[in-house]
Write a protein that binds this ligand. Sequence first.
Ligand SMILES: *Cc1c(COP(=O)(O)O)cnc(C)c1O
Ligand SMILES: [Zn+2]
Length: 373
Amino acid sequence: MPVKYICCECGKKYDPTTLAFRCECGGLFNLEEFDFTFSKEDILNNEWSLFRYIKALPFDKDFDLWQYVTMGEGLTPIVPLDNDNTNILVKVDYLMPTLSFKDRGAAVLISKVKELGIKKVIQDSSGNAGNSIAAYAARAGIECDIYVPESTSAKKIKQISSHGATVHIIQGTREDTARAALNAVEKGEGFYASHVYNPYFYQGTKTYAYEIYEQLNGEIPKTIVIPVGNGTLLLGCYYGFKELYDLGLIKEMPKFIAVQSEKCAPIYKAFKEGKNSVDEVTNAGTLAEGIAIAKPMRGKQILEAIRATNGIIITAPENKINEARKYLAQKGFYVEPTTAATFAGFLTYYNENRHHLNGKVIIPLCGAGLKKD
Ligand SMILES: *Cc1c(COP(=O)(O)O)cnc(C)c1O
Ligand SMILES: [Zn+2]
């Protein structure tokens, strides 16, 4: 039985063959809960990509089109940051076909798009999600238009166009870019393969949790640090750990420490004020372009997820980003500024709270340094 979309506002259900990208009431789609069983024995041990967890993904039993889409994404290393403190682990999620964690979501979403027989996709992004969708669309033989803000790094734009996608560079803010892409979708120019709107993207990012479970033999760390812009990694991670918890495979949910840029922190602000919904803020400009989302569409869900893990939100100090980038490089990890910002936020928090943080913590290194000068 195919899993349905369910509107997060009014609860109306849609068959996933719909070309609509949100409910007629304007609400975003979630995926309806689906029943599945999963244990260690269900991992496909001879599949060296995140599709080794296909039994936990919402596809039909005989679905095999993913084999024409996968590029071996996932299975990224978890290693100690350095040899002095083996409680701080990094998950090197920039070791991906297009050098960011977004490949997790793109591999699963484009597999679904291929199943639906869609010929052309449209997407908007500040860079990395566009890189991923462009690459996976190319691999799947699907035409692709990507909308990016003018501030996007030249290297990311070159990467997108190299995959054969048409790049539309939009003047103004990240939100203006989203509007331009939506206009094209509404004109019927293509299917909206959005990492923000389409729930299949989050089914891909949830494998981040399944991997941690497999790689650490079920010993999930107490604390998980996650950068948050639109929340695709955070929500995916939440779904993944929640499923593992509900399946009885882990005994406790890890606590989430979400990181926003201090120059663009709408979710942080709502969290601090005890609100249940997120108001738009003005992006004051930051090196952490990958998390600078002034109006996160799933803000409410992100707040709920963080609170459900008994988690917190912190901000990344702008004046520590370059220093953090250098620090990580001197440990051997060359990351892009958004990832350095995530780390800078964590390090500031860690230095003030290290006595409260017992046990291990995992920080993702989400984007590679070569994506940006
Ligand atoms: C996309 C991205 C993020 C933030 O992810 P969201 O889904 O927007 O929360 C963080 N770091 C890097 C490198 C990214 O590409
Ligand atoms: Zn609705």
